[in-house]
Write a protein that binds this ligand. Sequence first.
Ligand code: ZN
Ligand code: ZN
Length: 227
Amino acid sequence: VEKHTEYYEVMEALRDSKSCAICGILEGNSKRHLEGLMYESVNDPTVRAPLVKSHGFCRKHTLRLLDCGDPLGLAILYQDQLSCLKRELDALERRPSVATRALEALGAGRAPREWKREDECPECKAEREWEARNVSVLAGWIGDPELMGAIEKGVGLCAQHLLMTAQACQSQEKRKMLIEAHRAKIDALLSELAEFVRKSEYRALAESFGKESDSWMRAVKEIASLA
Ligand SMILES: [Zn+2]
Ligand SMILES: [Zn+2]
């Protein structure tokens, strides 16, 4: 099979990324996607309609959107959201209060309704598609010497993307190669954590920290997908 653009994208991320390669690709894609949305699509009804249903973006993507910072784009986009909120408030105002209704129905009163999303965050949906695509490209190339070299030298995958990729491997042999490469990394990290704990507990001996000094941070990042 010929190595195409997708292969090189995964390959470069494995080689250069300071954290999980798949997380890195997703974050890059999402930033470009949100920037594109800000510059080209804020007036596009096919972009705005799903955002009305989802009441904007999830917390993660809202924070990322604020980072991409386009005041005009955000001003246009969030007129929709404030209009939606006003309609919700209008409807709420017309409904009898929970207390009144509870008294009327004696026990049949319902808990206050939250602002229901009719659809999930559109950026989360897009990210899941990029994730599936990149995981399948990576799984397909496990065993390729160049790619395995990049995995061995680099930081490797976070727990979530390691498990996803291992499950997507087409043969047990490939799965074993991927797992073995990461088992070595996990063992090395465990040794560094033990060393960090040991030196911290015997700080009186004034032994200075080595490469294990940030091992706790790498352990946290391994377990939590931060993309
Ligand atoms: Zn990841
Ligand atoms: Zn989201």
